[in-house]
Design a protein around this ligand. Structure first.
Ligand SMILES: [Zn+2]
Length: 253
């Protein structure tokens, strides 16, 4: 049973019991409002934070002592090759959650990601800004369309990361129907807002603790630049990155 189902059951039960207990009491409406607000607060937390595993199970931490790098929102013909060069230089394996509208014109880059031993995941076809508000058919289309593109490129993957990490019962239903493996994160780099590569590299070094899954974006210039500093200093600091076979067992666990 998901946490959502438990929350709904407890909410309904509380509403019924409190209505019986306080029937005729002038404060009943307020009591029920407080119960509803509490229910709504938990629900909102579940939508916003995938790590809560509220609607659907996701993997949000890597087995210690390793660190896993994940890159979203690519591929980008300018920055993804720099990221790939650096990963190759430092012998680090990552997961790339790509967007369909970008992947469809970047066959070679997608091929290169695979050929260099990395993993590819589905980050929806268009990265719809209101993905969490789409209906079931639209959510399914966003995922299936990209999976079909992958199949045409000879790639089979069940890895999925919802845009912005929002989940809801509709997304959960589609994810279960398509048997997708949701990979989240436990460390957000904020590379979309930290534009200074030195500052970003410093933050990455701070975040890269045993068991971390780092969320990065390979379509950003500052990320590609920060990665160079980060990987260089990671070696000196003894940070251990997940190897391909470890990522494989993590994904299949
Ligand atoms: Zn994204």
């Amino acid at each position: 049973m998901t946490k959502h189902k438990i929350n709904v059951s407890l909410f309904v039960l509380n509403m019924v019991l409190l209505s019986f207990m306080y029937w005729g009491n002038s404060n009943l409406a307020w009591i029920l409002l407080v119960v509803f607000m509490f229910f709504f607060l938990i629900l909102s937390y579940g939508v916003l934070f995938m790590t809560f595993n509220y609607f659907v199970q996701s993997k949000n931490a890597f087995p210690k002592p390793h660190v896993l790098l994940t890159f979203d929102d690519g591929p980008n013909p300018q920055t993804t090759p720099i990221v790939l060069d650096l990963l190759k230089e430092y012998n680090v394996t990552a997961i790339f959650f790509v967007i369909g509208t970008k992947a469809k014109s970047e066959n070679e880059l997608i091929r290169r990601i695979m050929d260099e031993g990395h993993f590819i995941g589905n980050h929806t076809f268009s990265h719809h800004p209101m993905f969490a508000l789409l209906n079931g058919a639209q959510v399914e289309k966003e995922i299936v369309e990209l999976n079909n593109l992958f199949i045409n490129q000879g790639i089979q993957t069940n890895l999925f990361r919802p845009p912005i990490g929002y989940t809801n019962p509709i997304i959960a239903r589609v994810v279960n129907k398509l048997s997708l493996n949701i990979i989240g994160w436990n460390k957000r780099s904020y590379d979309t807002v930290i534009r200074n590569p030195k500052k970003l590299a410093k933050r990455l070094l701070f975040l890269a603790k045993p068991g971390s899954i780092l969320l990065l974006h390979d379509n950003l210039k500052q990320t590609a630049e920060a990665l160079s500093l980060f990987l260089k200093e990671s070696e000196e600091k003894g940070i251990i990155f997940a190897k391909k076979n470890q990522i494989n067992s993590f994904l299949n666990d």
